[in-house]
Design a binder for this molecule. Structure first.
Ligand SMILES: *[C@@H]1O[C@H](CO)[C@@H](O)[C@H](O)[C@H]1NC(C)=O
Ligand SMILES: *[C@@H]1O[C@H](CO)[C@@H](O)[C@H](O)[C@H]1NC(C)=O
Ligand SMILES: *[C@@H]1O[C@H](CO)[C@@H](O)[C@H](O)[C@H]1NC(C)=O
Ligand SMILES: *[C@@H]1O[C@H](CO)[C@@H](O)[C@H](O)[C@H]1NC(C)=O
Length: 385
């Protein structure tokens, strides 16, 4: 953690009262979200993101007996070669402007070889309207990582520049406009993988403020009282016990109102695709998962259990707050194709290599030639195709 005299300014900036705008929880959790209803044509994962009716019918989106929302990958189907596996991607119908606070409380996050879950935010046009990655990790990564994606001109503070955060910024990835985004790795324990659920889950809070974007993570035992005491109706008035955020992107190096418009929240799970499935990312931890060493062949194809038994989100609530005045706005229709800015840390250089057999199994709806072209174009181009 870097501390200095400027930290006082940050703590003053954080002292705002936040009124509840929307509580997504319990039986009504899925009201107010749209379901994607297409294969993953954004990050080229080997899933079909079901529409609302199919997702509910197949139990991939459900409220369980504990009253928690579950979003999961299909683990009951035997998927034939060249087919995709069913999963879910949902996006809030409301957009939340600068001056918002979002809190998500979960007891389980999807993980496992080929699995790529995310909780993140986006505007209508990518990357022009900005993207905030709050929960995002792949395969059996031990820790979560956070990132922003923007047009050129927005940075994470560099070494020696004033900032307060507990996470580990990637000094090579400070420019939020590069393909990987400006990544900050979580350093607190139990932010992903088996440890997250074993600790009872945890909470992320994201402050989307004119003074900066700040993301906190607490494992269950460390969730501050202002959050554990909050109800589906109450305001959040005291951020003073929250400590340093895991990731801080102060406006001094990223003008928030210039690089971000109102954001929608997104929850999704894909499989393989252009982060989890590319050989430099997949191979080191998962190549021994099956006989071929290929993400699609060894995971997506065949029986879903036990491989995907842990590929689910289980969520107590998602809450959106505002500093007052600001209200959620209807999401404008994008004027051009919306891309998708997933972080691909350490993978950007590899995307220019010729596609390996990993991509050959991309499944129904796309030939490997199409994926190959996209990969050859490089991630930055591919994301906005
Ligand atoms: C993805 O598929 C949806 C639904 O078919 C379509 O509206 C959208 O334009 C596609 N996006 C890309 C990037 O191909
Ligand atoms: C509190 O929130 C719940 C869930 O959103 C709602 O059903 C209830 O009516 C609210 N109660 C009050 C007093 O506003
Ligand atoms: C930040 O961007 C907004 C919107 O483009 C602009 O009005 C404002 O002057 C900028 N602030 C600074 C400090 O550059
Ligand atoms: C799918 O995984 C769940 C746990 O997430 C497990 O309870 C269930 O038995 C699995 N389904 C099958 C068909 O094995």
């Amino acid at each position: 953690m870097r501390r200095n005299m400027f930290s006082l300014l940050w703590f003053l900036g954080a002292a705002s009262a936040y009124d509840l705008v929307h509580d997504y929880s319990g039986e009504s959790f899925f009201d107010g979200w749209d379901f994607y209803g297409s294969w993953d044509n954004l990050t080229l994962g080997d899933v079909w993101w079901l529409d609302r009716q199919d997702a509910m019918q197949q139990g991939l989106a459900q409220v369980n007996s504990a009253g928690r929302a579950v979003l999961k990958v299909d683990n009951s189907s035997n998927v034939a070669y060249n087919q995709k596996r069913n999963s879910v991607r949902i996006t809030t119908q409301a957009s939340y402007g600068v001056g918002s606070l979002w809190i998500i409380d979960l007891v389980h996050i999807p993980y496992g070889c080929s699995v790529w879950p995310a909780f993140w935010t986006k505007g209508p046009l990518w990357p022009n309207d900005g993207e905030i990655d709050i929960i995002e990790a792949v395969n059996v990564m031990p820790n979560n990582q956070m990132a922003l994606h923007t047009l050129p001109g927005c940075f994470h503070p560099g070494p020696g520049q004033p900032n307060v955060e507990s996470g580990a910024p990637n000094e090579a990835d400070l420019d939020c406009s590069i393909a990987a985004g400006c990544v900050v790795a979580e350093t607190k324990p139990n932010s992903f993988l088996t440890g997250f659920a074993e600790a009872g889950g945890g909470v992320w809070a994201t402050q989307f403020d004119v003074s900066g974007v700040y993301i906190w993570f607490w494992s269950r035992p460390d969730v501050p009282a202002s959050i554990t005491h909050a109800t589906a109706n109450s305001s959040i008035t005291d951020l003073s016990q929250w400590g340093a955020p895991s990731a801080s992107y102060p406006a001094s190096s990223c003008n928030i109102t210039e690089f971000f418009t109102a954001q929608q929240l997104v929850l999704d799970i894909t499989l393989c695709g252009n982060w989890a499935g590319i050989p430099p990312v997949y191979d080191p931890t998962c190549a021994s998962q099956g006989p071929t060493g290929l993400c699609y062949n060894d995971n997506v194809v065949g029986p879903g259990s036990p491989k995907y038994d842990n590929a689910y989100f289980e969520i107590n609530y998602v809450r959106a707050y505002t500093t007052g005045g600001a209200v959620p706005t209807p999401t404008p229709t994008p004027t051009t194709q919306t891309g998708d800015g997933y972080a691909v840390p350490g993978a950007s250089s590899s995307t220019t290599s010729s596609p390996s057999a990993n991509y050959a199994g991309a499944g129904a709806g796309i030939g490997c030639g199409v994926v190959g072209v996209a990969v050859a174009l490089g991630l930055g181009v591919m994301l906005v195709l």
